[in-house]
Design a protein around this ligand. Structure first.
Ligand code: C2E
Ligand code: CA
Ligand code: CA
Length: 634
């Protein structure tokens, strides 16, 4: 209630009293004297009249004061209710509240405000300095200037800053404030109120998001984006560093570790590698994880870059331990120099990657400095990929056929389809020159389908015409069979060609079996149920365990030709071939020797109970026509 209203109310009460008394004084005696002539009676009546006057005025005063006091109580109660409601709202919103009397410098806060900072009410005095002292030194200037501005222009503010918790850590606060009382004449704020909100959780999430955007969560090392930023910053400070070296590291055969031990252990090893590498670099060097098993080291110490490479190679030699089991690793490193090899981050990254591949190709576990000729080689392989694609759309791939012979009877029992590329530019190209590339870029999948279809169609033609009805062996790359829909795909082709699955033998390699034994067993079982025969190609070069082989639905082992080649001179090879034959017999599998070129090899195989063979001694892979002639002569 403002003062004017209070004054008016008081005046009203006094005014009513004054008027009433005046009327009474002026008229009561005259009226009484008019009716009463007896002086004694008049005197005593006047005494009663006085008493009556006091009684009436007391009643009037009572009713006036009562109604006003009631009104004041009611208003106080309403005010109290409102304050309580406001406090509930503030508490519900978990808002700290402060009220600052600017003229007296008194400062009031609520319990929530105190709780944000772990304070008790006794910890603070009623002074504004209580909380300005707690503001983070880096944020003090911001808070001060913001409040000063509000004191000037009376506009509310919202800012974020840190305050010290009672236990010493920093709490992120979102603070708002506004001037609620001011002296208009002096243009001066008298009172400010505002809220504090604890936004530490939100800030933590924000910081985490920023961290994740710039760092690798597994190793906590900078990622490629942050590496580029740091590189650009280094260039900006170019005056300090004349040169930079960029090392691209890739762990050798790390995929095998993931395949054999699973990703959890793979991740653990990556963390250990990151730790070892971090210890090898200089304080000004930067290390970053840029891919699954790829790291980049950026160093200004170009003079010692070879030493750094050697140290990195050395530090990997010591075994990594997984559940007390030692695992050995190596790394291949590509090195590029700034500014000799490239000027931009992207250029250097690309060339370092190329140099790393060169290090891998020259036997892994080493380092190579980038040279222009490396890029040219890479262009060649990119060109090869394009030519394979062109070859596929121009139908440049065809099949040659090599017979498989029963050594006891000399009869052709089957045939292996071997792909050939009839390139109009290069001429005849052998599979070793394009299959590895096609596997790497997965072009083997469309190519493999073409091969499968052509082999089945040819088999159907020979079967229908009565030329040949033996087994058709088809090579299947691990990349093909690893595809989830592999079985469905070949089944679709087989149904179109309309041929019995028992006529088809799928040659798969040991490496596929070892990669994911459960998946391999499951897929082979599906194929076997349909009726396909399954043989293991190049047997002896992988590491299949006997116990595992026993569980697989196999049909045949094909002894790799490297063991057959030196049978006459190498007694180890003789022992291996004997062992493989014995193993096949024990597992009740057929066994076929590949690459038989001499009569001597054939005799050795026969002596050791090997049933079948394939090789130049009997026939080379042949075109359809030549193979048909061969069959007629056989
Ligand atoms: P592989 O499956 O071990 O095929 C046998 C290879 O040995 C063939 O080479 C064949 O020409 C060669 N060979 C056969 N007899 C003899 C011999 O007495 N002495 C010697 N030195 N070699 C002999 P090719 O046709 O060049 O195939 C090489 C490899 O390419 C194959 O090895 C196979 O891994 C792959 N390949 C061939 N055709 C296909 C195919 O259609 N699909 C897939 N995925 N891979 C294929
Ligand atoms: Ca084969
Ligand atoms: Ca083979």
């Amino acid at each position: 209630m403002n003062t004017l209203k209070v004054n008016l109310m008081s005046l009203r009460i006094v005014g009513i009293y004054f008027l009433f008394s005046l009327v009474w004084i002026l008229f009561s005696d005259a009226i009484l004297a008019y009716f009463i002539n007896d002086i004694t009676l008049l005197n005593s009546l006047q005494t009663y009249k006085g008493t009556f006057f006091i009684l009436i005025t007391s009643i009037i005063l009572y009713s006036l004061i009562h109604s006003h006091i009631t009104m004041i109580f009611r208003m106080e109660k309403r005010l109290e209710d409102n304050e309580q409601r406001l406090e509930y709202v503030i508490q519900g919103a978990n808002l700290g509240y402060w009220d600052w009397n600017y003229s007296s410098n008194g400062h009031v806060v609520n319990d929530t405000w105190l709780s944000f900072l772990g304070l008790q009410r006794k910890d603070i005095k009623n002074d504004i300095a209580d909380w300005t002292d707690l503001i983070h030194p880096d944020d003090k200037a911001l808070v001060q200037s913001t409040i000063e501005k509000t004191l000037q222009d009376f506009k509310p503010y919202v800012i974020e800053f840190r305050m010290k918790h009672h236990d010493g850590h920093w709490v992120w606060i979102e603070g708002s404030g506004a001037v609620v009382e001011k002296d208009d004449k002096l243009h001066q704020a008298l009172r400010l109120v505002g809220t504090h909100r604890d936004i530490s959780d939100r800030k933590r999430v924000e910081e985490e998001i920023i961290f994740l955007a710039l760092n690798d969560p597994l190793t906590k090392l900078p990622n490629r984006i942050l590496l580029k930023r740091k590189f650009d910053a280094s260039l900006a400070a170019h005056i300090a560093y004349e040169q930079l070296a960029f090392l691209f590291l890739d762990l050798d055969a790390f995929k095998t570790i993931n395949d054999l031990y699973g990703h959890t252990i793979g991740d653990k090893i990556i963390q250990d590698v990151a730790l070892r590498l971090s210890r090898k670099i200089g304080i000004n060097d930067i290390i970053s994880r840029v891919g699954g098993d790829e790291f980049v080291i950026l160093t200004h110490d170009v003079v010692s870059v070879e030493t750094l490479c050697k140290n990195v190679l050395m530090c990997m030699h010591e075994a990594f331990y997984v559940e007390a089991q030692p695992i050995t690793l190596s790394v291949s490193i590509g090195v590029v120099l700034y500014p000799q090899d490239g000027n931009t981050f992207e250029e250097l990254f690309k060339y370092a990657d190329i140099a790393m591949y060169a290090a891998k190709n020259s036997g892994k576990n080493g380092y190579k400095f980038y040279h222009k000729s490396m890029s040219e080689q890479l262009c060649e392989s990119a060109a090869l990929e394009n030519s394979i694609k062109r070859g596929l759309s121009n139908d440049e791939f065809c099949l040659y056929y090599q017979p498989q012979i029963n050594l006891n009877t000399g009869k052709v029992i089957g045939v292996e389809a071997l792909v050939r590329w009839m390139s109009p530019h290069v001429g005849l190209i052998f599979p070793n020159d394009f299959i590895p590339q096609a596997e790497e870029n997965r072009l083997i999948i469309p190519l493999g389908e073409i091969i499968f279809r052509k082999a089945l169609e040819q088999s159907k033609i020979w079967e229908s015409s009565g030329v040949f009805d033996g087994t058709m062996a088809i090579n299947i790359s691990a990349v093909q069979i690893e595809e989830e829909n592999f079985v469905a795909k070949i089944e679709a082709i087989r149904h179109i060609v309309d041929i019995n699955a028992s006529k088809i033998e799928l040659e798969i390699t040991e490496s596929f079996l070892m990669k994911d034994p459960f998946y391999a067993a499951e897929t082979l079982q599906k194929l076997k149920t349909i009726g396909y025969k399954i043989s293991i190609d190049d047997f002896g070069t992988g590491y299949s365990s006997l116990a595992y082989l026993k569980q697989l639905p196999l049909h045949k082992l094909k002894i790799d030709r490297t063991f057959i080649k030196d049978l006459s001179s190498d007694k180890d090879d003789r022992a291996i071939v004997r062992a493989i034959i014995a193993l096949a017999k024990a597992l009740e599998l057929e066994v076929l020797a590949e690459g038989v070129e001499t009569e001597e090899q054939k005799v050795f195989l026969l002596d050791n109970w090997c049933d079948t063979a394939q090789g130049y001694l009997f026939a080379r892979p042949m075109s359809i026509k030549v193979f048909e002639d061969f069959l007629r002569q056989n």
